[in-house]
Structures are given as C-alpha cells and as structure tokens.
Design a protein around this ligand. Structure first.
Ligand code: ZN
Length: 288
C-alpha cells in the first residue's frame, strides 16, 4: 500500500484509546527491523527521520526511495508513515518535495506569532497534497540533533491557537525530555496535558521523548489524548549494548563473525524487541 499520512491511523488511535509509536530510523538495518516488527504484530507504524538522520543517509530522496522499496519488497501491508521529525521550515519543504507522507514542523523556538504564520503556510500545503502535519508548542527538553530545548510546559491557549490552524496532530511540552531522563525528573505534567486535551478536543496529541517514561505514565497519557509516542534513544541504547556484548565476547574474531550481517544482527534483534515491547505497551498491536 505504499506510505500513508498519519491522519487516519492517529484519529483511529485517538478515538480508541491507544497510541502509535514513531520509531526513528538511522539506516537500512533500523528501517528493516521496525518494518518487520510492525508487520509481525499487525501494528500501524510511523518511521521518524530527523534532519540529521536524513543527512546521514545522504538525503530525503534516498530515505524515501529506500522506505518505499522496502515496504514493497518486504510485502508490508500495515499502514506505514514516513515522517520528518523536528523539521525546520526549509527542511519541511525539502521532505515534502522528496515524497515524505508526513512532516513535523517544529516552530516552537519561534515567537508564537511567527510559529503560527509558518505553520499556517505548511498546513495549507500539506492539506493540498494529502499529507499530515505535526506542530509543536512549548519546546521539549533535552537535545535533539544539537537543538537544546528547555523542557518548557506548553501554554494551553497557545496549543489551541496552533490546533485551530488545522494541524493533524499536536506535540505539547508537558515536562517530557529527549534522551535519558535525569534522576531528579519530576514526571509528566498531567494537569497541563488534561487542559490541552480539553481545549484542543479532537486533535490527537504527541508525546516526544518516549524513552524511559514509566509505563503507568505512558498509559495515563494515552488515556488523556496522546496518540503518537516518539521513541528514538531507546533503540540506540539497546543496539549499542547488544553490539558491545558481541564484540566483548570476541564473536567478531570467531569464523566469519566479522561479516557485517553477523556483527549487526544482535543489535537488530535488540531493536526488534524494543519495538515489540513499545507497541504492546502503546496498545497498537493488531490495530493495523
Ligand atoms: Zn522530539
């Protein structure tokens, strides 16, 4: 079925009380692991691509071509969205041009009026093309591709202003952070989440920084309108750990253990297990 926008899959999730995972991809192995797991669990899936990851893979066009061809060659039948993660204004146009089915325009660092103007322009373009668009209000903490966010809590009234522009989905900072959570993290701000969900009723919400948020908080957030949860760091951590174990056990020195297809296999299996665990926690299994 090729790649689709996130609109239908996330409205269904929003109305039925589960969330769809966005798993960020970095290369062929990552993409294959996420797609195969989604198919195995009969779950919809969103492949997230940051501008840095797109650059690493030599460009948006390469990413689009790889994902489309892989969906075809692996006979993937579950809904798959190819989504630009934390897109700049310029990056959003480039990803659309290259054939992405969904974009996030992160205008959270602009003054609210400028965020509104730019979001409005991109909403019009994505609507015309049948694509989906995620907007962000209240910078999300931690680091994402060199952009450091302060971990602000979104102003519900600003969320309403952005939601009213017709965005498909809305990311609101509620104390969530990219990367690993510090020991003294205060947890998600559910009061603000509830207010945002009340005031933007009907617009699926997005939770960034899904690595390390306790399961009970994830479930509570889903019950309050969160329909898309972004997972990035966790897959990187388990991939690195499994690869390190393989090397430390000296397996690359045994037989043809240096073959990249063998060397990368434990890391790929670890990503698959992480994706399985998240899809099960988010409730998207058998919702394709
Ligand atoms: Zn994010």
């Amino acid at each position: 079925m090729g790649i689709v926008s996130v609109e239908q899959m996330l409205l269904k999730a929003y109305n039925n009380g589960y969330a769809v995972g966005q798993f960020n991809i970095n290369n062929l192995e990552w993409t294959k692991a996420v797609l195969q797991t989604a198919q195995e669990l009969n779950s919809p899936v969103i492949l997230g691509v940051s501008e840095g990851a797109a650059k690493y893979m030599t460009g948006y066009k390469v990413v689009t071509a790889m994902v489309k061809a892989m969906v075809d060659s692996l006979k993937i039948t579950v809904p798959v969205a190819l989504h630009l993660d934390h897109g700049t204004y310029e990056g959003s146009f480039a990803a659309i041009e290259a054939g992405f089915s969904s974009i996030m325009f992160d205008g959270s660092h602009y003054p609210i009026q400028e965020n509104i103007e730019k979001t409005k322009e991109l909403v019009a373009l994505t609507k015309k093309l049948g694509l989906s668009i995620e907007a962000e209000v209240g910078a999300i903490g931690g680091e994402e591709d060199g952009v450091i966010g302060g971990g602000e809590v979104a102003d519900p009234n600003e969320c309403k202003m952005i939601a009213d522009l017709g965005v498909t989905i809305l990311a609101a900072g509620i104390g969530n952070i990219h990367g690993k959570y510090p020991e003294n993290w205060k947890g998600l701000n559910f009061d603000v989440l509830q207010e945002v969900n009340n005031i933007t009723k009907g617009v699926p919400l997005v939770l960034h920084g899904g690595t390390g948020i306790p399961s009970d908080m994830i479930k509570k957030a889903i019950s309050m309108g969160v329909s898309k949860i972004n997972v990035n760091t966790e897959c990187q951590l388990v991939f690195a750990e499994a690869t390190r174990k393989y090397i430390e056990a000296g397996k690359d020195l045994q037989g043809k253990g240096f073959d990249p297809r063998k060397l990368l296999a434990p890391g790929v299996e670890a990503i698959k297990q992480s994706v399985r665990d998240k899809m099960t926690l988010f409730g998207s299994v058998n919702q394709a």
